[in-house]
Design a protein around this ligand. Structure first.
Ligand code: KG4
Ligand code: ZN
Length: 357
C-alpha cells in the first residue's frame, strides 16, 4: 500500500511516499528557516503563506522522486495536530482535496506519534513496546509506546520545550537561527563545565521536565541578575548580550547549557526505561539531531543493556515520511478519517492543563 504523507504543522513543508509503513520511496522537505531567520523565531503568518505556495510543488517533486503518479497513491495521510493552526490547515485542506478528488481514504496523523514512528521506519526488527522521547521545538515528552498507535504519556515539559530553550539561548548568544544546530556547533569547542547551570529535576515520581530556569540562568550569566527577556522572549539584535562575548566565551556557555539540558533528558529518560522495564528506547524530534544527546543516550543505553533506536537526523526533524509511515498502521486498524476532519493546535497526546506535578 503506497501512502502519500503531508506535513505542514510548523515551518517545514514536506511530502513523502511510503510503502506499507516501512519503505520510503520519496521524502521531500522544504525548510522555511531563511524566511524566519530575521525574526529569530517562526512567524505563523509567514509560515502559512509559504506552505500555501510550496506544498503542491513539493507533492509533485515527491511523486517525481518516487517515479509515481497520483493514480499510484492508495491513501492520503496528513498531520492535523498539534501545530500552528494556519500551517496545519494548509496541509489538511490539501490532503482533503486530494482524498476527495482521487477517491482515496484520508488518514489523520498526530505529529507526535509520527515523530515516535520515525524510529520504526525501515526497521526489520520490532520497535514496540518501547519508551519514546520526543524532543522538538514545541514538545519535550516521554511516552510508553505499547505499539505504533498506543502511547501513554509519562512526562512532559511544564514550561519551555527543550528545542525552544536551545533557540532562545542561541538568540541570547547571537549564534543565529535555528538555534539548536548553532548551539550544537558552538559547543564542539566549548568546555561543558565552564559555567555552573541548574539541572531542574522535579520531585519524584514526576517524569516532567522544566527548561525555563536554565534559559533564565544563561540570560543572568550573560547580562547580570537584573536582566529581563523582553515580551516575546527574545532580546533585540542590537541589545543582545551575545554581542559582547568572545567566540570562546560563547562556546563555553553553549557547551555548558547543552550539557545541562542533556543531563536532564538522559536522567529522566533512563528513569522511565527503568520503571517500564523496556528493552528499547526510541527518540525523535529536531533536538534528537543533537550530537551530544545522541552520544550520551547511546552510552546510557549500552550501560543499561537496551537498544537505542536512533533515526537519522533527516527523520528526526519534521518530515512527511514519518506521517505516511504511521498512517499505514491507522489504515490497518480501519481508522479512516472523514472529510470534516479538523486541525487542532493542541494534541490529544499532550496532558490536559493544568499540568500534573
Ligand atoms: O521536530 P522539529 O523539526 O520541529 C518541531 O516539531 O518543533 O524540531 C525543531 C527544533 C528546533 O528548536 C531546533 O533548534 C531543534 O529542533 N534542533 C536542535 C538541533 N537540530 C535542530 N536542537 C539541538 N541540537 C541540534 N543539532
Ligand atoms: Zn516536529
Amino acid at each position: 500500500m503506497l501512502i502519500l504523507g503531508i506535513e505542514t504543522s510548523c515551518d517545514e513543508t514536506a511530502a513523502a511516499l511510503v510503502e506499507n509503513g516501512s519503505r520510503i520511496h520519496a521524502s521531500v522537505v522544504r525548510s522555511q528557516d531563511t524566511l524566519h531567520a530575521p525574526y529569530r523565531g517562526v512567524v505563523p503568518e509567514i509560515a502559512s503563506r509559504a506552505h500555501l505556495s510550496d506544498l503542491l510543488p513539493i507533492v509533485e517533486q515527491a511523486l517525481g522522486q518516487a517515479d509515481a503518479t497520483l493514480d499510484d497513491v492508495d491513501a492520503i495521510a496528513v498531520a492535523h495536530t498539534p501545530g500552528l493552526i494556519g500551517s496545519l490547515l494548509i496541509g489538511l485542506t490539501t490532503a482533503k482535496c486530494l482524498a476527495w478528488l482521487l477517491e482515496r481514504p484520508l488518514l489523520a496523523v498526530n505529529h507526535l506519534e509520527a515523530h515516535i514512528y520515525a524510529a520504526a521506519l525501515g526497521r526489520q526488527e520490532p520497535l514496540f513496546p518501547c519508551v519514546s522521547l520526543i524532543v522538538s521545538g514545541g514538545h519535550t515528552s516521554l511516552f510508553y509506546s505499547a505499539d505504533a498507535v498506543t502511547h501513554e504519556l509519562l512526562g512532559a515539559t511544564i514550561d519551555d520545550a527543550a528545542g525552544e530553550a536551545f533557540d532562545k539561548v542561541a538568540a541570547i548568544l547571537e549564534l543565529g537561527y535555528p538555534g539548536g544546530p548553532a548551539i550544537d556547533r558552538a559547543a564542539q569547542s566549548g568546555n561543558p563545565s565552564a559555567v555552573a547551570l541548574p539541572r531542574t529535576l522535579l520531585p519524584p515520581p514526576s517524569l516532567d521536565f522544566s527548561f525555563s530556569g536554565i534559559k533564565t540562568a544563561v540570560l543572568y550569566h550573560c547580562w547580570g541578575q537584573d536582566a529581563r527577556l523582553p515580551a516575546g522572549g527574545m532580546p533585540r539584535p542590537d541589545t543582545a548580550p551575545g554581542l559582547a562575548l568572545s567566540p570562546s566565551q560563547k562556546a563555553d556557555i553553549a557547551a555548558s547549557f547543552q550539557e545541562a539540558v542533556v543531563d536532564v533528558l538522559v536522567q529522566r529518560t533512563m528513569e522511565a526505561v527503568r520503571r517500564r522495564q523496556v528493552k528499547r528506547l526510541a527518540i525523535g524530534g529536531g533536538v534528537a539531531c543533537n550530537r551530544r544527546l545522541r552520544q550520551r543516550l547511546g552510552e546510557a543505553a549500552s550501560e543499561t543493556g537496551i537498544e537505542l533506536a536512533l533515526p537519522p537526523p533527516a527523520l528526526c526533524l519534521d518530515n512527511a515520511a514519518m506521517v505516511a509511515g504511521i498512517a499505514y498502521h491507522h489504515h490497518c486498524r480501519g481508522k479512516v478519517a472523514t472529510l470534516d476532519l479538523d486541525a487542532l493546535a493542541r494534541t490529544p497526546l499532550s496532558r490536559a492543563s493544568p499540568p500534573r506535578r
